[in-house]
Design a protein around this ligand. Structure first.
Ligand code: NOJ
Length: 560
């Protein structure tokens, strides 16, 4: 099929997500820092990636690991100085790598000067920067909070006898986007960083910036999956995004990606249809529910794995962007457990092969691929079952709440351990020296005990490693525009073990076959497969007697 491709640089890049706290510590405080990133710039370059998305590095008391910002124009002291930042940015640019920063503007820290002012008096000029409910109106309508110690999104503040609103923890008060001063202040912050030379933003919980600020009563027994309409995609969301585009994005050649919880395939194009001048891309969560309880997202539940349904999710999303807009592709990030533990198999037998299979998947889809640091070597979950091992406010507050209520907090942790966010935040495993070469002291979060065998240094030396496979796959994506823009079609879609699809652009076609199971599987297709035309595979012989090996991945060239 012949069709027009609308080429854009940000569609063709491979993004590496870097969690700075856990990347590399150079000043011996057990916390990663910007100098650590500077030391590893050549490592990043050698991965072949083109863009780094760095998690928040702004001044913050770290209630939520930087997603609670106290000063948007200053670098967090634990991470370094503005001069370090500028040096890092130059180092990335010198290597042809772009940098996108995390814009957390649904809320600030309660230690941000805006909030400190806002809470001083009811007539403070910053009062209207946040959402306040005066106590004489009575208790505010019930609102569920995701990180709060009691899941209550309203916090009483005695100084002004009022409550303030916070979707996340009480130290993360929500900004009032209906106030134009707030919006202008944020556009000013964005321009400050873009003028410094950064290349764009990842927009944290951006769907939440517009919400119904009449705060209608929320049913107490409402399922957690239903709470978002009360906080997200409010009446002015598209107006705000268009304004942000007009005021900021349109003035720079930059990239953006929104974190878009609860977006559907029906309303997706409202955000990324180029003619609407809002965002370029966003990431949704539809495929990430696997392995998580649908009753309560804090619990693991492997029983809901259904490959056929999962394939359909990717298929439906691909179709949305077939002609307009553009998608993103990821399996791991700092809010998730490790992709190999979740979608692959982290046993000694299958860890490496399944990690390679997942890289083949991420890097052969029609969407901008995002790789989370550590996944390039196939790092796995720690699955801790003692609360002392955790640093995540989300896990800790929920655990304490259950404990206080006399509920099954131990059982909770046994289940939650498999999906907790801290699984994905353990320090990078650079080598087999003490603390995995991450730090010379006890790190803020313990290193995974498998670091002596699973580390960058070992994998760099091994041509068959996950790391080298990843780099090879990145190169193949760059060499073949078909892997970026080619049409995507499922093959043998009812197959319960294999995820197979074609990517076709003009005369070139690839068939990608991925075994998502630990047993051999047969592919049902009429496509002519020539075993001589293998572009890449994680096995020397991925298919024996018509059966694809467990976790096999193979890309065949089937045309041209
Ligand atoms: C989404 C971020 O990815 C997550 O880490 C954070 O806790 C929440 N937003 C709140 O900012």
């Amino acid at each position: 099929m012949q069709f027009e491709i609308n080429r854009k640089w940000w569609k063709e890049k491979v993004v590496y997500q870097l969690y700075p706290r856990s990347f590399k510590d150079t000043n011996g405080d057990g916390i990663g820092d910007i100098n650590g990133i500077i030391q590893q710039l050549d490592y990043i370059k050698n991965l072949g990636v083109d863009v780094v998305w760095i998690n928040p590095i702004f001044e913050s008391p770290n209630e939520d690991m930087g997603y609670d910002i106290a000063d948007y124009k200053a670098i967090m002291k634990e991470f370094g100085t503005m001069a370090d930042f500028e040096f890092m940015l130059k180092g990335l640019h010198d290597r042809g790598i772009k940098l996108i920063m995390d814009l957390v503007v649904n809320h600030t820290s309660d230690e941000h000067p805006w909030f400190k002012e806002s809470r001083k008096s009811r007539d403070n000029p910053y009062r209207n920067y946040y959402h306040w409910w005066d106590a004489e109106k009575g208790t505010p309508p019930y609102r569920w909070s995701i990180f709060d110690k009691e899941n209550n999104a309203w916090k009483y503040d005695a100084t002004t006898n009022s409550y303030y609103f916070h979707i996340f923890s009480e130290k993360q008060p929500d900004l009032n986007w209906e106030n134009p001063e707030v919006r202008n202040a944020i556009y000013d912050i964005m321009k400050f960083w873009l003028d410094k030379g950064i290349d764009g933003f990842r927009l944290d919980v951006i769907a939440c910036i517009s919400k119904d600020i009449n705060f209608p009563e929320m049913p107490k027994d409402m399922h957690v999956s239903k709470w978002f309409p009360y906080y997200a995609q409010g009446p002015y969301l598209h107006d705000y995004l268009q304004e942000m585009n007009r005021e900021v994005f349109s003035k720079y050649d930059c990239m953006n990606v929104g974190e878009m919880s609860f977006v559907t395939t029906d309303d997706a194009l409202l955000f990324v249809d180029e003619d609407r001048n809002e965002l370029q891309t966003f990431y949704h969560f539809d495929h990430t529910g696997v392995g998580i309880s649908q009753e309560n997202f804090m619990y693991a539940d492997a029983s809901n794995w259904d490959l056929v349904a999962w394939k359909k999710i990717f298929y439906n999303w691909d179709k949305v962007f077939a002609e307009k807009g553009w998608g993103t592709m990821y399996l791991g990030n700092h809010d998730m457990s490790r992709m190999v533990s979740r979608y692959g198999n982290d046993s000694e037998t299958f860890r490496e092969v399944s990690a390679k299979m997942l890289h083949t998947f991420i890097l052969s889809m029609r969407a901008t691929p995002y790789i989370y640091n550590g996944d390039e070597i196939g790092m796995v979950n720690t699955n801790h079952t003692d609360i002392e091992a955790y640093k995540d406010v989300y896990t800790i507050n929920y655990y304490n709440q259950l404990k206080q209520k006399g509920e099954d907090h131990k059982g909770f942790l046994l289940s939650h351990a498999k999906i907790s966010r801290d699984n994905g935040r353990t320090p990078m495993q650079w080598d087999d020296t003490n603390q995995s070469g991450f730090s010379n002291t006890t790190p803020w979060l313990a290193v995974h005990k498998n670091y002596t065998s699973l580390n960058v240094a070992a994998q760099e030396k091994d041509p068959g490693s996950v790391l080298n496979y990843f780099k090879h796959m990145v190169q193949l994506r760059k060499e073949h525009l078909t892997l970026v823009y080619g049409a995507f079609e499922l093959v043998d879609e009812s197959n319960e073990q294999l995820f197979a699809y074609t990517r076709t652009l003009e005369n070139e076609q690839f068939l990608i076959v991925l075994n998502f199971s630990d047993t051999p599987a047969q592919l049902n297709t009429t496509i002519q497969i020539n075993k001589e035309n293998i572009l890449i595979s994680n096995y020397e012989q991925p298919c024996k007697n018509n059966n694809y090996e467990p976790y096999a991945a193979v890309i065949y060239k089937t045309r041209k």
